[in-house]
Ligand binder design. Structure first.
Ligand code: FMN
Length: 483
């Protein structure tokens, strides 16, 4: 096993990107919606930007913002930051402050010459996962690649209760016309230009977790018969056209990345083979600087649980394909899998094996970033050494300890101290929520738990893993939390 000093050194090394920019170290704050934007839209206020001050001072090599909705009529949560059709000038000034705050710190590991972190905005369209009434009237359906309704309660609640539950929560969705798809491509590019004008270093397209772009990539939710559906190549076309459109409208040094699923882990969804193909197409077409690897969606959000086992989920699906779960004995999770933090390390390793290693035409290769499960220096170093990824993304760990890169890159700290423990409460929904026999309840709770820890930072307090749920809830919704 690598020593603490060699791991600290490894995590402190810079990563060049194809666009010519350099991530000053391997540690990236992964995207997390803050749930702190004003209802009705706009950027975070000065008070809410305190969280980003913490991360900027924390030594991260790259800070990816919480997702920003490119369409105010399709929000993921009612408190999503979003771009309105035309951004008012006072909002633009605030987005400029947002970018400046993200870049106000210094990345860990480079001594006095350390560079500023790269500030990247994650752009999202929630598509069919925008719940009923989130930014539009409750009776207006969400737009999606195809009219495939959400099924988050199927299997967990008896039919027809499951269907009624999903209908009430999500409502119906409708298939976009080809011209609407083309407008969406333009809208992603318009938003990337806004991010550039605000002073951000780049954007990441949200192409995972079941949102609009992931729904286009999935054969279950994309049943289109035009050029954006049918074959896997056609399903990928929207991503290709967005990246090309963004590239044609921003300077070549602007960073463009994408978060992609390694698999959807639902019946008929994106498979690992499809996902590997997507990574390969991205590398071949050029224009993409990094791919953040994740997996799952709202219909199977198990990736939000700390004991997630990607190989186990894939096995479960093939057992179901072969005639039901009872037909095949479930396999034990391997010891090596239990010890390994990075959920998607296996996929990342296979993806990395397909990519060119060295510089091609003077350009650095597209970087791979793995997010999910990482919470220690040892875990990050292992992901880089054994899975050949370049970058480590951390979401929940960054909400519990915003300054952990300073610890991970400090060779004088032991491995034991360069780690974030999993708070027990984060995995255990309060009694009322546990009554819902849905995977979404557990995933929703762990998301809310970490959003509440972020709210503590907004209120000038440090995250506190000992705080109880009532105290944390008061911080998110209490009178002092919103001014
Ligand atoms: C509070 C919270 C908000 C999140 N918001 C986003 C988001 O806006 N965009 C995104 O791609 N993923 C989001 N995620 C998922 C994380 O980026 C990440 O994929 C997931 O939490 C697993 O990584 P982790 O084990 O490092 O937390 C969110 C997670 C949490 C806990």
């Amino acid at each position: 096993m690598a020593s603490s000093s060699s791991s600290a050194q490894l995590l402190s090394t810079p990563v060049p990107l194809p666009c010519g920019r350099v991530v000053p170290n391997r540690l990236c704050k992964a995207p997390m919606v803050e749930m702190q934007a004003p209802l009705g839209g706009g950027p975070l206020g000065d008070k809410e930007l305190r969280i980003y001050e913490e991360w900027a001072e924390g030594g991260w090599g790259m800070i990816i913002t919480g997702n920003i909705a490119i369409d105010e009529t399709h929000l993921g949560t009612p408190w999503d930051v979003n771009f309105k059709q035309s951004v008012p000038s006072e909002h633009m000034e605030q987005f400029k402050r947002y970018a400046a705050v993200c870049k106000s710190g210094r990345a860990a590991g480079g001594g006095a010459s350390a560079e500023k972190p790269l500030a990247i905005v994650q752009l999202v369209h929630a598509g069919r996962q925008s719940s009923r009434g989130s930014g539009r009237y409750p009776w207006v359906p969400a737009i999606a690649p195809s009219a495939v309704p959400m099924a988050t309660a199927k299997g967990a609640l008896p039919w027809p209760i499951s269907s009624v539950f999903d209908w009430a929560l999500w409502g119906p969705c409708r298939a976009m016309t080809t011209s609407e798809v083309q407008q969406l491509i333009k809208r992603f590019a318009d938003s990337a230009v806004l991010c550039h004008d605000a002073g951000f270093d780049g954007v990441e397209l949200h192409g995972s977790h079941g949102y609009m772009l992931a729904a286009f990539l999935s054969p279950r939710t994309n049943q289109r018969t035009d050029q954006y559906g049918g074959s896997a190549r056609n399903r990928f076309r929207i991503v290709e056209e967005i990246i090309k459109e963004v590239r044609s409208r921003v300077p070549s040094s602007f960073v463009v990345g994408i978060k992609l699923n390694s698999a959807d882990y639902v019946q008929g969804g994106l498979t690992e083979e499809d996902a590997l193909q997507n990574v390969q197409w991205l590398a071949e077409m050029g224009g993409c600087d990094f791919v953040e690897i994740s997996g799952g969606n709202y219909e199977n959000p198990s990736f939000m649980m700390h004991d997630f086992d990607a190989e186990g989920e894939t096995r479960k699906l093939s057992q179901q394909d072969n005639g039901g779960e009872a037909a095949v004995k479930p396999k034990e999770v391997k010891e090596s899998t239990k010890k390994r933090e990075a959920f998607f390390a296996g996929f990342a390793n296979r993806a990395a094996g397909m990519l060119p290693k060295g510089q091609e035409g003077g350009k650095a290769p597209m970087a791979l970033m793995v997010t999910g499960g990482l919470r220690s220096r040892r875990g990050c170093a292992q992901a880089i050494e054994q899975s050949s990824v370049s970058l480590c993304g951390m979401a929940r760990a960054s909400a519990l300890d915003p300054k952990l890169p300073l610890k991970f890159c400090d060779a004088s700290l032991s491995d034991e101290r360069a780690a974030v423990p999993i708070p027990k409460l984060a995995e255990k929904p309060p009694a009322l929520m546990s009554l819902l026999p849905l995977k979404l309840a557990g995933a929703g709770w762990t998301t809310l738990y970490h959003a509440m820890q972020m709210a503590r930072m907004v209120n000038g307090k440090e995250p506190d893993v000992k705080a109880g749920s009532w105290e944390l809830l008061k911080g998110l919704f209490g009178p002092q939390s919103r001014t």
